[in-house]
Ligand binder design. Structure first.
Ligand code: SF4
Ligand code: SF4
Length: 258
């Protein structure tokens, strides 16, 4: 029976490994999953490596060095379905802070001998290079959402992942809005749900780790932040974190550049 199980492969590009660890963190559910699929590649869990093709590939990390370009195309060719997981794979991650800046200058400041570094000038999401079947947002991703996505692909149905904002999660939990009642800048209105409104539940604003919703109204939100006293620099910095490479966040951050 073992050879009839679907083959699941997990691939890492430029990233901190946190999203792969979310899969390991599934604990009991991971045991059930390993009974249902064959892990063909998952470096965080096993040295075992089985040749493709693969039924489902989970890709973590951004395209950041020249060698990534050929590797991601090869993985795409070998994968029936390809799902990107996390802010690096869906928006370029923290690495995308260098996009539009002088990457060579950064390297000369950080490294004593940058001559050995072979890096692309930009950090880009996987979807900029190959067709992606589904993007799972988060920094890191939510393990329940990850299990939902894997299960959906195994059972050939659409993943039931919400595309509404963190504000909806706030309302569902009957949380008091920190932006309305305390004047705390919050990215919740433009951030995709997935965390259960973790930060507003702790009386702090959302800083957008689940990335933008499908149609965010950034200009309207930053206008409200400005009314609350946020400076252009505050706004630019708030949009320049894990999801800085997401097009809508990057565009609004650039609009507040000096
Ligand atoms: S606290 Fe933030 S996420 Fe929650 S309702 Fe207010 S603006 Fe939306
Ligand atoms: S920053 Fe926003 S998306 Fe991230 S955990 Fe906090 S509330 Fe959730």
């Amino acid at each position: 029976m073992a050879d009839t199980k679907p083959k699941l492969a997990v691939w890492k590009f430029a990233s901190c490994d946190g999203c792969q660890l979310s899969l390991l963190d599934c604990e009991d559910d991971l045991l059930a999953l390993s009974g249902a699929v064959e892990f063909a590649s998952f470096r965080e869990a096993t040295r075992n490596e089985i040749a493709g093709p693969y039924d489902l590939s989970l890709v973590e990390g951004s395209i950041s060095v020249p060698a990534d370009l050929e590797r991601i195309r090869h993985i795409r060719e070998q994968s029936r379905h390809l799902v990107t997981i996390g802010a690096c794979a869906t928006a370029g991650g923290i690495q995308a802070l260098r996009n539009g800046r002088d990457a060579e200058e950064f390297m000369s400041i950080v490294y004593a001998k940058p001559d050995y570094i072979d890096s692309l000038a930009t950090s880009t999401p996987i979807s900029a290079h190959v067709t992606v079947d589904f993007e799972l947002r988060g920094c890191p991703i939510d393990k329940r959402q990850l299990l939902e996505v894997i299960t959906a692909f195994l059972f050939k149905r659409k993943p039931n992942i919400p595309h509404y904002s963190v504000c909806m999660e706030c309302k569902r939990r009957s949380l008091v809005c920190v932006m309305v009642t305390r004047g705390t800048p919050c990215l919740g209105p433009v951030t995709q749900a997935g965390c259960g409104a973790l930060c507003p539940a702790c009386n702090r604003g959302c800083y957008g780790c689940f990335g933008p919703v499908e149609t965010p109204n950034l200009p309207s939100l930053t206008e409200q932040w400005t009314a609350l006293g946020a400076s252009r620099r505050d706004i630019r910095q708030a949009l320049s974190t894990f999801n800085t490479g997401a097009e809508t966040f990057a565009r609004e951050a650039a609009r507040h550049d000096d």
